[in-house]
Design a protein around this ligand. Structure first.
Ligand code: HEM
Length: 281
């Protein structure tokens, strides 16, 4: 019955109500597990925000890792259109993650200090979802595996990703397969080592950008990678800035110098030649 003064929605007769033997929303999503996984260590009001923002970020990182793995596989098969689709999705996930700093910024230094000691040495630095993302994108650093030695399965997964070609390695293999003169030291290298800028790659990208119509797939792919780095750097920057706002120049719970350590990450580029080429156009 619809009545303009009756401010309530009718519970339609066809709505399913009996979930004794039927799968419900919560059953499908394992909500009992997810929503009972918040276990604050103090009675401080703001610890719940701190826990949930980290847990939500980890879920998004898990999805981003899943999508980036698909992108690497798509590129291995030179399947540009599928790679474009998932790379775009990763960009939006990163933007979503960056937005979450606005919620966290409502935590003042005083609020945080009330429960910081309870965190011990735990730190986002030990986030394996995040390290997986960094490795998949190409920021390889074997020494960062050390913090995962107490979890052999995680250590193994990260070590495997460290040794495999990253997203950018696959892109450079495609660049070489498209007939560009790429230094073999780029495509046939120890992928566990950090990628360093190469002159032949720079020249190839300049050629792609100057002849975009002929190499449109590579050109579009390069611009999508720029989107990813842009979004990733915004996350890194907002994290560093939020941390500075909350703990100043204190050391991190993970043992690093804190903000100084986070600032150094801002100098790391996944796709160095894609930025350098712009100077030469
Ligand atoms: C009060 C909030 C936060 C503070 C004060 C903080 C502080 C820090 C500090 C100081 C580090 C450097 C490592 C260390 O010594 O601990 C770090 C690293 C890290 N944090 Fe946070 N963080 C906060 C929130 C978050 C959130 C919400 C996430 C989301 C997942 C996160 C993810 C990370 C990651 C992934 C790293 C490693 C970054 C890298 O390797 O460059 N942090 N954090």
């Amino acid at each position: 019955m619809s009545c303009p003064h009756y401010n309530q929605r009718e519970f339609e007769g066809s709505i399913h109500t009996d979930f004794n033997d039927d799968m419900s929303y919560g059953d499908y999503l394992n909500l009992d597990q997810i929503l009972s996984a918040q276990t604050p260590l103090t009675g401080e009001h703001d610890e719940m925000l701190f826990i949930i923002i980290h847990q939500a970020s980890e879920l998004w990182l898990k999805l981003a890792g899943h999508e980036l793995t698909a992108a690497v596989n798509n590129l291995k098969e030179a399947n540009y259109s599928h790679a474009f689709k998932v790379i775009s999705r990763v960009k939006h996930i990163l933007n979503q993650l960056t937005q979450s700093w606005n919620v966290l910024s409502t935590l003042t230094p005083v609020d945080y200090l009330k429960f910081r000691d309870a965190l011990g040495h735990s730190s986002g630095f030990q986030s394996y979802g995040y390290r997986k993302m960094e490795f998949l994108l190409g920021n390889k650093n074997a020494s960062f595996l050390q913090v995962h030695e107490s979890k052999p399965q995680v250590h193994q997964e990260l070590s495997d990703i460290l040794h495999q070609p990253s997203l950018y390695d696959e892109v450079l293999i495609l660049l070489s397969q498209s007939g560009m003169a790429i230094d073999p030291a780029v495509t046939d290298r120890d992928f566990s080592q950090p990628y360093s800028r190469n002159e032949s790659v720079l020249k190839a990208w300049i050629h792609v950008y100057q002849n975009a119509e002929q190499h449109f797939d590579l050109y579009e792919l390069a611009e999508k990678l720029i989107d990813i780095e842009d979004a990733f750097q915004q996350w890194r920057f907002k994290h560093m800035y939020t941390v500075q706002r909350i703990i100043g120049n204190k050391m991190g719970t993970g043992g690093s110098s804190g903000v100084e350590f986070l600032k150094k990450a801002l100098d790391i580029s996944f796709f160095p030649e894609l930025f350098e080429l712009r100077t030469h156009l």
